[in-house]
Design a protein around this ligand. Structure first.
Ligand SMILES: Nc1ncnc2c1ncn2[C@@H]1O[C@H](COP(=O)(O)OP(=O)(O)OP(=O)(O)O)[C@@H](O)[C@H]1O
Length: 516
């Protein structure tokens, strides 16, 4: 017999002996494990027993043991019971529970399945998205936060997906937001050349920036604040008791402005009037205002009688008079500017001082005018809108989203700065901003929250500074005081009732001062 065979036989014998020994000692192992578990249990109970109850516990246990010892065959029965219970407890432990499925895996699988009907090519021989496919074939990278929420995802889509159609994009964006959670906003970055889509969850914007003097150049209006993607600069703002650097959305007005007029549309109660108030407060130090409050709710009464505020009109009659004056004033300024240019002299100050026409809910007045058979106030905006840039006249129109169809075509065509506030579907957002919005809004939107688009630029997120009506008793005192501090003279908040305002028929030769 060779040496190798001896070795292998020896190994087999040793293994068999080991197996037999294992079988023989199995009950002992079982009882030992059970006794260990009993000891652990007893230690645990002892540790959990309050100190004052330990003495009585020891006494009762000793009495029970003594009782058992005195019983005929008591110790034998007790020993058998202890061994039996140890053998029961020491059985093989149950199989460990299956590890919890990975949340990321579950969510991405669900998202992949939800996208398949839209991105799957059922005639495609090797589809990226298919009913029995796996998300890893189409998703390149992803990120989740500590709470297990999707924060970033990059996916590929087939070349035949119609990524140039806003409707097709909107469907994908809705599916992604539905699966990733509607509590947050998502930015969709479509790379049409390489058929890739990058999705990023956006952090909420600060909602505690209150009206204050902003560090800007004359003619620059801070519409609100955005995120790092929406603005290349930051300005210092006082926020929550400290000074913070925040990226502003700045609208440049004036003779060289690319977007000389602004149209802000918003869902009811989402802050278009507050935006108008914020613009008025920033415009007042350098210009004059004509304010038309078409809703007639008196939300701009705090501007009445302020230096630089030409008039605040709430009636159709007053609005028509003010806008007729504004149209003539625009023409007067143009004539004066042309004459100055013709003679090679600087233009007089009264034609270069900015004039602002701020119209809140003008469509309400348009309706009234149609009913009464009078001229539509929006028609009177034609001249300021067409020639406002040269004549330093800026028009700002704020209205309800529901009234967007009643905004006149010339207002739409000439207001190249756009703001949309409050919740709006993809089609409505496109109508308001002029381009599809590649951001899916969150389900809950705070007041003053929306998007701004200046000229041909991509829309950016916007949070308008808190600019409450200082005469609104329900607004926070601190917010009201912030607005009062910006009004041209100290407000007592118990001012005399609004005086009826009457405009002069002829445009003023000099600076258009108050005419009441
Ligand atoms: N930027 C903001 N931050 C915080 N609260 C705001 C903001 N803008 C508006 N609000 C609050 O929302 C409420 C409605 O504001 P506002 O009157 O400006 O909205 P609106 O869209 O003009 O409403 P309506 O369509 O009814 O005229 C007010 O209580 C106001 O204080």
């Amino acid at each position: 017999m060779s040496l190798t065979r001896h070795f292998s036989r020896g190994r087999d014998l040793a293994r068999t002996a080991g197996d037999h020994a294992g079988d023989m000692f199995a009950p002992v192992t079982l009882i030992g494990r059970g006794l260990r578990s009993h000891a652990d249990w007893a230690k645990g109970r002892w540790a959990a027993t309050p100190k004052e109850r330990r003495g009585p516990t020891v006494f009762l246990t000793a009495a029970a043991l003594l009782g058992i010892a005195l019983l005929p065959h008591g110790p034998l029965f007790a020993l058998i019971a202890l061994m039996a219970s140890a053998a029961w407890v020491g059985r093989e432990p149950k199989a460990a529970p299956a590890p919890a499925p990975d949340v990321a895996d579950l969510k991405l699988t669900a998202l992949y399945a939800a996208l398949t009907p839209y991105l799957g090519g059922f005639d495609d021989a090797a589809p990226l998205y298919s009913l029995d496919g796996a998300y890893k074939t189409a998703f390149d990278s992803w990120q989740f936060d500590e709470e297990g929420r999707l924060t970033a995802l990059e996916l590929r889509y087939p070349p035949y997906f119609t990524d140039t159609e806003p409707g097709a994009r909107a469907r994908i964006e809705q599916v992604v937001q539905g699966k990733a959670g509607r509590a947050r906003e998502y930015l969709f970055d479509w790379d049409e050349e390489s058929n890739r889509l990058k999705i990023g969850a956006l952090a909420p914007l600060a909602t505690d920036i209150v009206a204050q003097p902003f560090v800007t150049a004359p003619g620059e209006i801070v519409l609100g604040f955005t995120d790092g993607l929406g603005s290349r600069r930051t300005i210092p703002v006082s926020q929550g008791g400290t000074t913070a650097q925040q990226p502003p959305v700045v609208w440049r007005t004036g003779a060289r402005a690319a977007e000389p007029h602004l149209l802000a549309l918003g869902a009811a109660g989402y802050g278009t009037s507050s935006l108008l108030r914020s613009i008025a407060l920033q415009a007042l130090p350098h210009g004059d205002l004509v304010v038309i409050d078409g809703a007639g709710t008196g939300e701009h009464a705090c501007l009445v009688n302020r230096p630089g505020v030409h008039t605040v009109e709430t009636s159709l009659h007053g609005a028509l008079a003010a806008l007729e004056w504004a149209a003539k004033e625009t023409e007067r300024r143009l004539t004066a500017l042309n004459a100055a240019r013709h003679h090679g002299v600087p233009a007089p100050a009264d034609v270069t001082r900015p004039l602002w026409l701020l119209l809140d809910h003008p469509t309400e007045l348009s309706e009234l005018a149609h009913a009464e058979g009078r001229q539509d106030p929006q028609d009177l905006l034609e001249v300021p809108l067409r020639h406002g840039r040269a004549a330093r006249v800026t028009v700002v129109i704020a209205d309800d989203l529901e009234a967007r169809d009643r905004i006149s075509p010339s207002v739409r065509a000439t207001t190249r700065a756009r703001v949309l506030l409050g919740p709006a579907g993809p089609e409505v957002a496109q109508e308001a901003l002029g381009v599809p919005l590649d951001i899916a809004p969150a389900a809950q939107t705070p007041a003053g929250r929306g998007y701004a688009r200046l000229g041909a630029a991509t829309p950016v997120r916007l949070q308008v500074p808190v600019t409450v009506d200082p005469l609104d008793d329900e607004a926070q005192a601190g917010h009201r005081d912030a607005v009062i501090a910006l009004l041209p003279h100290r407000d007592t908040r118990t001012e005399a009732p609004v005086h009826p305002v009457r405009l002069s028929k002829e445009p003023s030769a000099g600076r258009p001062g108050p005419v009441w």
